[in-house]
Design a binder for this molecule. Structure first.
Ligand code: CP
Ligand code: NVA
Length: 303
C-alpha cells in the first residue's frame, strides 16, 4: 500500500526516527560528493497554492539530486486555480507522476488528494501543519545537541501550523515541549488532545519567560501566516512581546539554540541580535529541509 506524509500525527516515533536517520545518511552522501540517484526516472509533481522559497527549491533540488525530476504547478497557471476538483487532479497526476507534494490552505484538501491519488502525497504546509519543516528541525536539533530525548523545546508566538507540528514531532521524539502564546491563539485542539497521551510533557502558557525557562531549543515563527495578511495589523498588537530577545535567552539554558522556519521578521518575533547570533543554526535548519525531504521522498517513492 502506498504511504503518504500528510501530518506527523500519522507517523510512529520509529517512523520519524527512520526519516531522520535516512536524512543524515543522504546528507553525508551529498557532503562527500557521492551520487545517489535512488529515484532515477521518477517525477514529483509540486502543487503550490501559497508562496514558497525553501520548500520549492529544496523539493525541486532534492528530487533532482535523487535522479528524478520535479514539476512546479501553481494555482495561477494550472487548472487547480480554476476549480478543477482535487479528486480529479489526484487521479490525473497519479497517471503521470510518482509522487505529489502539495502546499495549500485546508488540511482536508491534502487528505482528499491523498485519498484519490494512487501515488504518495507529501504535505508541504497547510494551515494545520508543516511536517517537512519539523523533520528538518528535529534533524538540526539532534545534529547540534547529539540527542532529542529529554531536551526541552520552547516555541514562542502564534499557536499555528508550526506550533502544531513542533508539539507532535517533539513529543513523539521524547522532548518536553512548551508553547508561549496568547490564550486566544493556542495550538489546534486536535493537537492538544493528542498531547494528553504524554502527561506532563507539554506546557502551554501565555507567559513566555515561563515557557522559555531552561529550554534547550527556542523556536519562533511569523505573527501572521500566509493567508492571514489581512489580520497583520491586529496581530502586531496581539503578539507584541511574543518575541525571542535577550531577556528570553537569559532564562533559557545557557547553550540554548535558536531556530526559525523562515521567513523571519526581525524586530517582530525575533530581534536582529538574537537572529544573527544564531544564524548558523537557523541556516543549518534551512539546509536540512533538503536532506529531510530527500529522505521522505526516498522512503515513500522508492520501488
Ligand atoms: N519554511 C518554509 O517552509 O519556507 P518557504 O515558505 O519559503 O517554503
Ligand atoms: N506559519 C507560517 C510558516 C511559513 C513557513 C505560514 O504558514 O505562513
Amino acid at each position: 500500500m502506498k504511504k503518504d506524509l500528510l501530518k506527523l500525527l500519522d507517523l510512529t516515533s520509529e517512523e520519524i526516527l527512520k526519516i531522520l536517520d535516512t536524512a543524515d545518511t543522504l546528507k553525508d552522501l551529498r557532503k562527500r560528493g557521492i551520487q545517489h540517484p535512488f529515484l532515477a526516472g521518477k517525477t514529483l509533481a509540486m502543487i503550490f497554492e501559497k508562496s514558497s522559497t525553501r520548500t520549492r527549491v529544496s523539493f525541486e533540488t532534492g528530487i533532482y539530486q535523487l535522479g528524478g525530476n520535479g514539476i512546479y504547478l501553481s494555482d495561477k497557471d494550472s487548472q487547480i486555480g480554476r476549480s478543477e476538483p482535487v479528486e480529479d487532479t489526484a487521479r490525473v497526476l497519479s497517471r503521470y507522476c510518482d509522487g505529489i507534494m502539495i502546499r495549500t490552505f485546508a488540511q482536508e484538501e491534502v487528505e482528499t488528494l491523498a485519498k484519490y491519488a494512487t501515488i504518495p502525497v507529501i504535505n508541504g504546509l497547510t494551515d494545520f501543519c508543516h511536517p517537512c519543516q519539523v523533520l528538518a528541525d528535529l534533524q538540526t536539533i539532534r545534529e547540534h545537541k547529539g540527542k532529542l530525548e529529554g531536551l526541552k523545546l520552547c516555541y514562542i508566538g502564534d499557536g499555528n501550523n508550526m506550533a502544531n507540528s513542533l508539539i507532535v514531532g517533539g513529543l513523539k521524539c521524547g522532548m518536553k515541549v512548551s508553547i508561549g502564546c496568547p490564550d486566544a491563539y493556542r495550538p489546534d485542539p486536535q493537537v492538544l488532545k493528542f498531547a494528553e497521551e504524554y502527561p506532563g510533557m507539554l506546557q502551554v502558557t501565555p507567559d513566555i519567560l515561563e515557557a522559555a525557562k531552561d529550554a534547550d531549543a527556542l523556536y519562533t515563527d511569523v505573527w501572521a501566516s500566509m493567508g492571514q495578511e489581512g489580520e497583520a495589523t491586529e496581530r502586531r498588537q496581539v503578539f507584541a512581546g511574543y518575541q525571542i530577545n535577550a531577556e528570553v535567552m537569559s532564562v533559557a539554558a545557557k547553550d540554548a539554540m535558536v531556530l526559525h522556519c523562515l521567513p523571519a521578521h526581525r524586530g517582530e518575533e525575533i530581534t536582529a541580535e538574537v537572529f544573527e547570533a544564531h544564524a548558523d543554526e537557523i541556516f543549518d535548519e534551512a539546509e536540512n529541509r533538503l536532506h529531510a525531504q530527500k529522505a521522505v521522498m526516498y522512503l515513500l517513492m522508492k520501488d
